[in-house]
Design a protein around this ligand. Sequence first.
Ligand SMILES: Cc1ncc(COP(=O)(O)O)c(C=O)c1O
Length: 427
Amino acid sequence: MELSTDSVANSVLGISEKASNLIGSEILQLGSLISQLSAKGQSILNLTIGDFNPSIFPIPELLKQYIIEAYIANETNYPPADGVPSLKFAVRKFLALNEGLDVANDEILIAAGGRPLIYAAYKSILDPGDVVVYPTPSWNNNHYCYLTEAIGVEIPTSAENGFMPTADELRLHVESAAMFALCSPGNPTGTTFTREQLEKICDIVIEENKRREGKRKPLYVLYDQIYWMLRTNGIEHVDPVSVRPEMKNYTVYIDGISKAFAATGVRVGWSIGPPAVINVMKKFLVHVGAWAPRAEQIATARFLNDVGSVNSYIKVLQSKIDARFNALYNGLDDLRSRGFPVHAIKPQGAIYVSAQFDLIGKTVNGAKELQTTADITNYLIHNAGIAAVPFTAFGCPQGISWFRISVGTLEEEHIQRLLSTLESVLV
Ligand SMILES: Cc1ncc(COP(=O)(O)O)c(C=O)c1O
């Protein structure tokens, strides 16, 4: 393999080839462009961040109080490698109550949020060269494949299917796959699997694993449900083991408090999976040291046990998200119905709206034509002062005109201004 210029320069600095070729977060790169323009005085509505503005979406007051109390009580040492017992117990109870999942103590691992758990799952299940099948757009699977030397097989999805992969699309790769990486509600899509869709996918996995029995390692599903508590009214959350109990042997869940409690900086997540996989994930993360802080674990356990407070917190959080979803989606749909080149998918969950700004070929200032996804991104930033993340940052091909709009930092009173600005720049 030929080394890139960066690799050559970095190798002189003593940086490994693997690290030199690591691609950073495309979303953070866009963030740094926005910071530069803002520093120059341009006003930009930054809707690129998959996070919450804590002054609009604070963490639960009780959770905050319990964290402080845990520190005051000197809960400051290493936690047990698999998580503090009270949190493991609280999560098991929580999942039994809300998803009907019966999770044993050796089937759960606590860590510092979803990311280390995803990395640990990749590392624990896959050998270099193993195939991971995931949809595009999707969040970060390409980077986890790179880190673990797995081969990523990307399934392009369609707007008609809400950018979720179908069973038929996954079936094409079932024989070669070591893992399907799925996520619902999705980032960046804001859409979810229906029960019927997930049942069909699980049936394919179960059938394939019957064929493999005793001959090859099983096909696993990494099921990222980190946004599952955030769904608009009437949208059901489905998960592999609930729809097909046999999936228990093959499913590793990613979950936690980052999104459900707007607590991205608190760093508490959990994985549920077959004991053998959970055990190696634990061993792996012990070496990395990616424990959730002990005080936060104790506080999360206390909060999760308070079912009434959890439910009322989620209700308020969801109503704020829904207000933004509705105003934004209805406004974009109104523009579409009036002939503007915009199209949005009705959001079902998470904090994202998928929107298309169909501007390829648009002539700007009578001269330059927008030709690429980056041209549209820049046009929206410079001309409308609106920053959204193009689906190219989630593995989609160049030329796509779909974007992720995050409502996590969006003030309600800014939505009308956003829509009228769009109206003026989309003509
Ligand atoms: C789909 C998805 N999974 C997992 C994560 C990681 O969550 P955490 O902040 O708990 O590491 C994110 C974060 O944006 C996400 O969007």
